[in-house]
Write a protein that binds this ligand. Structure first.
Ligand code: DQA
Length: 140
């Protein structure tokens, strides 16, 4: 059974309440239940933090043992060389996801420090971006 870790970064704990026109009305907790029910052949863990160092610690903790990591680093995507270095330091492949199409938004969202370190990126499909990332991991 493949083991998949989902990591959400800052402000993603407020999904459902936060800017619903951009991020939708669903909480991640509700979406997560849907997601795990779609993939009985996989085992999922979910972690969210608003703190850069805790995201790095989680990558170190799971990044040599699980089969795939789905990472939405939130705004750290555009600022964090430290998270990008953590992705490069581990052996588990990481898929970068974004709910919104960052390329349709402010220019500061067009650059990602994560992308070069990740196996691939899925951007702009709403919460379904996570499902697409899991599909990709299950093909590895
Ligand atoms: C986001 C896009 C980021 O630019 C933003 O800071 C987020 C969410 C997304 O999923 O669309 O917090 O990663």
């Amino acid at each position: 059974m493949k083991r998949i870790q989902i990591i959400n970064g800052p402000n993603l704990n407020l999904l459902g309440k936060r800017e619903p026109t951009v991020y939708g009305n669903q909480t991640f907790e509700a979406y997560f239940l849907d997601l795990i029910s779609k993939f009985p052949e996989a085992e999922f863990e979910y972690f969210q933090s608003n703190t850069e160092g805790l995201i790095i610690d989680k990558l170190h903790e799971v990044g040599f043992s699980c089969d795939g990591i789905v990472l939405n680093a939130g705004a750290y995507t555009h600022t964090s060389i430290a998270i990008a270095d953590a992705i490069r330091s581990i052996t588990t492949p990481v898929i970068e996801v974004h709910i919104s199409n960052v390329f349709k938004r402010e220019t500061f969202r067009h650059h990602s420090y994560m992308s070069e370190a990740c196996k691939g990126c899925i951007v702009g499909f709403g919460l379904d971006s996570y499902r697409l990332a899991v599909d990709a991991i299950l093909q590895f």
